[in-house]
Structures are given as C-alpha cells and as structure tokens.
Design a protein around this ligand. Structure first.
Ligand SMILES: Cc1cc2nc3c(=O)[nH]c(=O)nc-3n(C[C@H](O)[C@H](O)[C@H](O)COP(=O)(O)OP(=O)(O)OC[C@H]3O[C@@H](n4cnc5c(N)ncnc54)[C@H](O)[C@@H]3O)c2cc1C
Length: 467
C-alpha cells in the first residue's frame, strides 16, 4: 500500500492545492503532511517577524483543517534548506513514504533545494510536482522564438491567450480520509514560530476562510471600481489580499476565477495585476540571477550608490521631510503593508533622489511586509531602480510632490500617518519645500536637484556598461 507525503511550503491551504489533491487520489492510501520550519532560511532571505507571524497563524489553522480531513501534519525544525532535505529524508524513512508531492516554487534557492531533494529521492520514493502558485507555468509562456519575455505587455497578451485556450480550473479540497488512517504527529516546532511577535501594530487575519470571504467581498463590492480607486492610498480601493496570496492561504487561480465571472474595466485591470505577479515569477524562473542579489540589467554594476547609513535611516524611519514618503513608510511600520502607488513613490525616492542601492529597500520591505513575496518585491524594486526587466526608464523619476498632488490631493493619507501634520491643509502639505511645516523636518534633499543628479549618474553608468 502506498504512503503519501505532502510537503507544504508557500501554499498553506487545502483549497486549490494540487499537491494535496494529488496525494489524496486513492481513498484507501495513507497521507501525511509536513512543513519544514527553517529559521536560518528566514534570516538569509530577510523574512521579517511580520510574515513569520502570519505563517505561524496559517499553519495552526492548516493543522486543524487537515485534521478534519484525517491528515496529520508534522512541523519539523529544519534550520535551513539543506536541513529541510535531511528532515524530509528522515521522515520518509520512518514512515515508509512511497510518494512525495509538492507545488513548485520558482526562485533560485527553492529550486536548488528541490533539485537536491529529488536527486536524493531516486530509488527511495517517487516525487510529484504541481503548478499552483501562478496562473500559468513560466515554461508555457514563451515568445515566437521560444524565448522568455522580458517585457510585460506582450507577455501578458500570451498569458491571456493561453488562459483562453486552456482555462483555469481551481481544484477543491479533497474529501476526508478514513479516520483509522489518522496518526497524530509532532507539531512541537510550531511553538517557536507562534512565539514570533509581529512588529506591526495590526496583524491581518490570513486564515483560508477569511481570505475566501475577503475575495468574495472584493469581487462583489470593489473590483468594478478598481481601475478608478486603486491609486488613491486614502481609500480602500485595492483588495488587500496580498498577505494571503504571498503565504498561500489564498490561491491566485481561485482569485482569477472569482474575478473572471465578471466583465468590465475594473476586473480587467485587477486581472492584469495578477498577471504582473505571474510575470515576476516567470522572470525568476527564466533569469535566476535576479534572485541572487543581482539586477537584470548589468548597468547596475556600474552604479556607485550612496552608502550613508544616516540617509538610509531617515528613509527607514519616515523622517525624510517629504510628507508622502514619510507617511508611506509609517504605514508600512504600523500596518506591515503599504499601498502599491506608495511603494513606487518611496522606492523611486530611495533609489533616485537618495541614490541608495535598491537592495537596501528590497531588504527593508522584506523585513516589514506581511505580504513579502520574493519575486514581486524583487521585481518591484528592480523596476523602480530602472535595472530590471521592463523597468521604468532611468530618466523617469517619480516626483513625490506631483504624486501627492495627484493621488492624495487633500492630504488625508498624509495626515492619517503623520499626526504631527494634522493641522495642515492638503494645499499646505504640498508646499513643504517653500513653506516649512512646524514640528516636521526640512526635506533631506533638494528634490529637483537630486533628480537631475540621478539622471546624470545613471547616464554615466549606462555608458560604462554594454547596455
Ligand atoms: C517596490 C515594490 C515592492 C513590492 N513588494 C511586493 C511584495 O513583497 N509582495 C507583494 O505581494 N507585492 C509587492 N509589490 C506589488 C504591489 O505593491 C502589491 O502586490 C500590492 O500593493 C498588494 O496590495 P493588494 O493585495 O491590495 O493588491 P491589489 O491591487 O488588490 O492586487 C491584487 C494582487 O495582485 C498582485 N499584484 C498587484 N500589483 C502587483 C505588482 N505591481 N507586482 C506584482 N504583483 C502585483 C498581488 O498579489 C496583489 O495582492 C511591490 C511593488 C513595488 C513597487
């Protein structure tokens, strides 16, 4: 009789989990589940306390859900990725596992880990891999020459065509297994993860059930206006589903299927954002160097970044003297989440006005975001620094004043996160360069001058590189 092991990673759900369903195909065969807790790997990848805390929360709920299906989940303390391979091999031996099932992860280290495991499984157990963390598999979306796309728009067209042809059909949770097959396993290592305290003041409920409810609510009430609301940080115009998508209590395929029931510009724009998520996964898959601390474009190697620790500290603590930038960073520190428009604004300010290495921003986001997602974060930062695939042209520098004017004209967002500026009107908040705001720092750089300087520096770096 076969015995199956499902390895949960960034897919902490029972719904639309092809690996789980694959393991449960035969009702009479025993199924175990495992999660490897790798604190060393979290450290290496800068996964902060916020995301660790919601992973703990989600795992706790997953254990209960799996128990209802009579599937025991063991949480093993594995140290790092190498430790997780050994932990799995031990488990396979002890429980005489015949088949291992997992959903594919696309980043370099994860792929290397999986490759090493599969090598060691030869002659020991069969392995089964599934696509669950993207709308399309990266290897299915290629241009006419059979190469990977480097630009989003043509990529997105091919994704849409592929979906039209093949459809996306999320799979349901498996039915409960026979009770006599249930055998409680140790979840001791979970205690360490549950002990991690988030640094943000508000922790989202990331349970599978809440994610499903939030999705339905957003599709019913929010998606129709999404294209009009999504850039206004003072409104709740986006889904805020990103933490659940990042750790996998919500499936992106389920999110797509829910939106796809409707027509309209809002729905089309939202689906396009889901495709951006796929795009950055595809970039990781086809150009693995981007996940190894390197930029997609080699111009990055010719840039001499500003290494002033005090400058970085002012950005990280929201004390740059530029209200929209500081309010956004305070939102990140307070909520462990930041509005997309503001992620672009603060990223541009760090890389272009302060001339600080985008990796510093990438790292800081990873340490604080509940929704930290290696591919999207890396892609977003490289885009902002003009060193990635389909990146913003180097001469495109977001002006934080005009961004605030367009997207927070009344200053509602700024006042919410910078209570020291509560007495100022939207108009006054936009004039901070000329008219100092009492009790608030002066801007740490001249916005226009630093923009010009950045463009000149970037031009020089471009001339030194072959691109
Ligand atoms: C510098 C920078 C860093 C970023 N870091 C992350 C990150 O670590 N994790 C993360 O999930 N997103 C990241 N993003 C993308 C985006 O800001 C967030 O996905 C979005 O703000 C999440 O809010 P939401 O769920 O309300 O999004 P919605 O607007 O409701 O979008 C729905 C989903 O689509 C995906 N999505 C939306 N926009 C993007 C995008 N530009 N790129 C990739 N996927 C997208 C997300 O999964 C999101 O949850 C980053 C963007 C930038 C510019």
């Amino acid at each position: 009789m076969k015995k199956h092991l499902v390895w949960f990673r960034n897919d902490l759900r029972v719904d639309d989990n092809p690996a789980l369903l694959g393991a449960c195909r035969k009702t009479n065969e025993q199924v175990f589940a495992v999660y490897c807790y790798c604190p060393e790997q979290f450290k290496l990848h800068d996964v902060g306390a916020n995301q660790q805390a919601i992973i703990g929360q989600a795992l706790n709920q997953l254990i209960t859900k799996l128990k209802q299906l009579n599937i025991p989940l063991i949480v093993v303390a594995a140290g790092d990725f190498n430790g997780s391979i050994q932990a799995l091999l031990d488990l396979i031996k002890v429980h005489k596992i015949s088949d291992v099932h997992y959903n594919i992860e696309y980043a370099y280290n994860e792929r290397e880990r999986d490759r090493k495991l599969c090598e060691q499984l030869k002659g020991v157990a069969d392995y089964h891999r599934y696509v669950a963390d993207s709308l399309t598999a990266p290897w299915d979306i290629l241009n006419q020459q059979g190469q990977a796309f480097k630009v989003f728009t043509p990529y997105s067209k091919v994704v849409k065509r592929h979906i039209e042809r093949h459809g996306i059909e999320p799979v349901s949770a498996p039915t409960a297994r026979a009770k006599e097959n249930y055998q409680p396993l140790s979840t001791d290592a979970l205690a360490d993860l549950l002990a991690v305290k988030p640094t943000a003041n508000h922790t989202p409920d990331v349970s599978e059930q809440h994610a499903a409810e939030l999705l339905e609510q957003f599709i019913d009430d929010g998606v129709a206006d999404y294209h009009q609301q999504r850039d206004l940080p003072a409104r709740k115009g986006t889904s805020q589903l990103s933490p659940m998508l990042a750790i996998g209590t919500l499936s992106v395929r389920r999110a797509f299927a829910a939106a796809n029931r409707y027509q309209g510009e809002g729905r089309t724009t939202w689906i396009s954002e889901l495709i951006w998520r796929d795009f950055y996964r595809a970039v990781m898959w086809h150009f693995p160097h981007v996940g190894r601390n390197q930029a997609f474009l080699s111009v990055d190697k010719h840039i001499k970044w500003n290494r002033d620790a005090a400058d970085l500290d002012r950005w990280q603590t929201g004390k740059t003297g530029v209200p929209i930038v500081d309010a956004a960073i305070r939102q990140l520190l307070d909520c462990g989440w930041m509005h997309n428009r503001l992620r672009m604004v603060v990223a541009s300010f760090l890389c272009k006005n302060l001339w600080i290495d985008w990796r510093q921003g990438e790292r800081f986001f990873a340490q604080h975001l509940f929704d930290f997602d290696f591919a999207s974060n890396n892609g977003g930062w490289q885009w902002s620094a003009s060193v990635g695939t389909d990146a913003a042209p180097y001469f495109r520098v977001f002006n934080p004043v005009s961004q605030a004017q367009r997207f927070d004209p009344d200053g509602d967002f700024v006042r919410k996160y910078l209570p020291e500026l509560a007495a100022y009107s939207g108009k006054q908040l936009l004039q901070f360069e000329d008219k100092p705001l009492t009790g608030y720092p002066r801007p740490m750089v001249d916005i226009k001058k630093s923009r010009k300087q950045a463009i000149a520096e970037f031009k020089l770096a471009k001339e030194s590189s072959s691109e």
